[in-house]
Design a binder for this molecule. Structure first.
Ligand SMILES: Cc1ncc(COP(=O)(O)O)c(C=O)c1O
Length: 435
């Protein structure tokens, strides 16, 4: 077979990952032998985990673990079918009611994952004559949803409301229905969507608004209810999507909104109807996390205390953190190989974090994505700061004679830094104001 028409030719010539492996800095698929959430054991050694989305640190909460075990005893290990047919548990419905109440929405639908929630909801709502207005930094599952949907997709510059208005002005009249879609908290840069302006533009240009709150649930708002609550605008977006794979210590996803819209999605979303239901232990885990979010606000408070401290200290050291306002704090490093090497050095020094390289970020803007949890102790964070400070200087990322100024310029040029209606500092204080 000639290599021109062999479907697998691309696999045989795919060298990118192999080159990183050969350089001894491959950071992916590291087998975790044991974990407490905030630290993991890999290659026989304990490392502080700063690459997880376990924001509230609830994966190892004794009540959560007990609830998951009890659900297995009561319902077994799996649902062995779609909720549409044989897999719908009373537990799923209880969870939907609780979530709708927590989010301040009329109704909620629970999917097997967040990815399937985005893909299913977007593709079933959008018709041939409609348009999705999508932020350029939206998560891959939104991109996937826009690709499966029949509608056109019009992209706007990341969190840039002038650009959103520009594309709306230019194209809105070409379509029937329209939906503005954006992450509430952007997963790589950690900045917060300018929701108040998105809502205004939605009204002005007759668009529905869909917010992906995967990284906002459990984090933003007085009790972690998400981006709408962070801005004091509950129920302002038409649809909110969320995932249980982060603060809610489980797996699964949700879409919440008005009853008729959720009813429609429930009967039309192919990723919901033709995919097996979220397992019982996973659903029970989320229910117990909701109980804990309501009864133990100290986890949310501790998350923000840790996030504030790391934000302040990392900016103080001179790292370029892309104006992050959340517990996701990216550190701009530069070229891909440097970021891989930086991550490898972190790993060798007992800190687990992952690099983010192109195409996820622009060429020359590779990052180390760090994220912090309620369960990190002061000692964990002291240690992480000491290692980051030492390596930051060693790599010429911070300190006298470093590329600090050049990196700050790169951040301005590629990530805009003009991201939110609130400054970094005021946002950090805004969300946990209830405490
Ligand atoms: C912004 C965003 N949306 C959706 C998802 C998908 O969620 P899940 O992990 O539940 O499939 C993720 C997960 O990485 C995410 O970061």
């Amino acid at each position: 077979m000639s290599s021109n028409n062999d479907l697998f030719a691309k696999c045989l010539s795919f060298e990118d990952a192999k080159k990183v492996q050969a350089a001894g800095v491959y950071p992916f698929f590291r087998p975790i032998e044991a974990t407490s959430g905030s630290s993991v054991v890999t290659h026989g050694k304990r490392r502080v985990m700063i690459g997880s989305n376990n924001y509230l640190g609830l994966t190892h909460h004794p009540k959560v673990q007990e609830a998951a075990k009890n659900a297995i005893d009561k319902y077994g290990t799996g649902c062995t079918g779609s909720r549409f047919l044989n897999g719908n548990l009373a537990l799923h419905e209880e969870l939907e009611h609780r979530l709708a109440k927590f989010l301040g929405k009329e109704s909620c639908l629970v999917f097997a994952t967040g990815f399937l929630s985005n893909q299913g909801a977007l593709s079933c709502l959008m018709g041939r004559k409609d348009a999705i207005y999508s932020d350029r930094e939206n998560h891959a599952s939104i991109v996937e949803g826009t690709r499966v949907a029949m509608s056109d997709t019009v992209k706007f510059r990341h969190n840039d409301m002038e650009d959103l208005e520009r594309v709306l002005k230019l194209t809105r009249n070409d379509y029937e229905g329209a939906l503005i879609v954006a992450d509430g908290v952007f997963s790589m840069s950690g900045d917060i969507l300018n929701l108040p302006r998105v809502i205004e533009l939605g009204k002005q240009y007759n668009c529905r608004v869909y917010v992906d709150d995967a990284h906002a649930l459990g984090v933003l708002g007085p009790a972690g209810q998400g981006t709408e609550w962070h801005f004091g605008m509950p129920n302002s977006a038409d649809l909110v999507m969320g995932t249980f794979s982060k603060s809610f210590a489980s797996i699964g996803g949700l879409v919440a909104g008005d009853e008729d819209v959720i009813h429609y999605i429930k009967h039309k979303a192919r990723t919901f109807i033709f995919s097996a239901a979220m397992p019982p232990a996973a659903a029970a885990t989320v229910l117990e996390c909701l109980n804990i979010v309501e009864s133990e606000p100290e986890h949310h408070a501790r998350l923000w205390k840790n996030a504030r401290r790391m934000q302040k200290e990392l900016v103080g050291m001179g790292f370029s953190t892309l104006n992050s306002q959340t517990p996701i704090i990216p550190l701009l490093i530069g070229e891909d190989l440097e970021a891989f090497t930086f991550a490898q050095k972190l790993y060798e020094n007992g800190v687990f974090a992952t690099p983010v390289v192109k195409p996820a970020v622009p060429d020359g803007c590779a990052l180390i994505r760090t994220s912090y949890m309620a369960s990190h102790t002061d000692q964990d964070l002291d240690y992480v700061l000491e290692v980051l400070h030492r390596l930051g200087r060693e790599f010429g990322v911070i300190g006298a004679g470093s590329r600090q100024g050049e990196l700050a310029e790169l951040a301005r040029a590629h990530f805009g830094q003009k991201t939110s209606v609130k400054s970094s500092e005021s946002s950090l204080h805004a969300s946990p104001s209830a405490h």
